[in-house]
Design a binder for this molecule. Structure first.
Ligand SMILES: Cc1ncc(COP(=O)(O)O)c(C=O)c1O
Length: 354
């Protein structure tokens, strides 16, 4: 606290990112990073940018990268916006598209950055409870609103909303923007990008942090009709015209172009997820159906906070959320390599046997 702070800063409740521990030797299953490295072509492209040209600003429009993303998704380059991680893209979208008189709707259990953006941009919000089984009920989102946003698959539950349900939401909500955050869609869902041509209010955001194993490069993007993309560019150019540096633009383009590589590491993660879910069920854990690179699980006897602490003592870190109370029994566990999953299972076996 300081008397030099603005009133806005006094009122903020900032997002708390998952821990990035400085200790070596930990099995880090807490922030949904990919356990495999990025494509070798990404590393070559990034190295090639370490050149005299670093004295020059990067392309403010990231044109080559946007063209590559557009080609991959079979949309026009004017339907693509890129930013410094999808968090930045989301932040701009809240400002550009979700700030209206009516409240923005999002699930009560969802990505915890959404309420933070609402606080920062003074956007009214209303949280909509997930069902008993932690599913999004589209009917609950068909009332007048200032926009709708949720991750698909949802985080931290991992549950997927079927594309038919998304279409029903779009059909019943023509007057405000529907933002589908597809941070995890490459691990098992059908993207809503194919609906963008038919729905002028649909914006889909994606990230290279998870499926492309590029959390360290900070690249995210959005796909929508050009009028929505224009709005995002207006905010971007009122904030930071060069959000992606030369390394990020080159590396991200190489990754998008090497889709066979990132699809192959996603397939490995999905196969490990299947094995981990089956093994946890044998240990007595309930695991929600996951279409993401993490699972959301609880034990009928052992408390979530205690399990997380006991795992930590064994050098394994997972994510535990104290709030809201109805998820405090759960752990969100990132899918690691098979060896990491084995170590996790061994540790959990020992803990639940106590
Ligand atoms: C649902 C969801 N959306 C967006 C993001 C942000 O991803 P990034 O800023 O790394 O692109 C995350 C990160 O964990 C997430 O879980």
């Amino acid at each position: 606290m300081s008397r030099y702070w603005s009133a806005v800063v006094h009122g903020l409740t900032p997002y708390v990112p998952g821990e990035q521990p400085k200790l070596a030797g930990l099995i880090k299953l807490n922030t949904n990073e990919n356990p495999y490295g990025p494509s070798p072509r990404v590393l070559d492209a990034v190295r090639a940018e370490a050149a005299d040209t670093l004295r020059l600003y990067p392309d403010p429009g990231s044109d080559r990268l946007r063209a590559g993303i557009a080609a991959y998704h079979r949309v026009g380059a004017d339907q693509v916006f890129v930013g410094n991680g999808s968090d930045e893209v989301l932040g701009h979208a809240f400002m550009a598209l979700l700030k209206h008189e009516r409240p923005v709707l999002f699930p009560d259990i969802s990505y915890s950055f959404y309420p933070v953006y609402c606080g920062l941009y003074e956007i009214a919000a209303r949280t909509i409870p997930l069902s008993e089984s932690f599913e999004i009920r589209v009917d609950d989102y068909l009332e007048p609103n200032g926009g709708v946003i949720f991750p698909n698959p949802n985080a931290p539950t991992g549950r997927l909303l079927a594309r038919g349900e998304i279409e029903r939401l779009l059909a019943g909500n023509p007057d405000s923007v529907v933002l589908i955050d597809e941070a995890y869609i490459d691990f098992g869902g059908e993207s809503a990008v194919g609906l963008v041509a038919r729905y002028p209010q649909l914006l889909v955001t994606r990230t290279l942090s998870k499926s492309h194993a590029l959390a360290g490069l900070r690249v995210g993007y959005a796909i929508g009709q050009p009028h929505l993309i224009d709005a995002l560019n207006r905010v971007k150019d009122s904030f930071n015209s060069y959000p992606l540096d030369r390394f990020a633009q080159a590396g991200a383009l190489a990754s998008i172009e090497d889709h066979a590589y990132f699809e192959s590491i996603c397939a490995k993660v999905v196969a490990s997820r299947g094995r981990l879910v089956a093994a946890l069920a044998e240990l007595g854990f309930e695991v929600l159906p996951s279409a993401a690179n993490f699972i959301f699980t609880r034990h009928p006897v052992h408390d979530g906070a205690q399990l997380a602490a006991a795992l930590r003592e064994r050098s394994i870190i997972v994510r535990h959320f104290r709030n809201p109370a109805r998820i405090s029994a759960f752990l969100r566990i990132t899918i690691g390599t098979d060896a990491q999953c084995e170590a996790l299972l061994d540790a959990l076996k020992a803990i639940v046997a106590c």
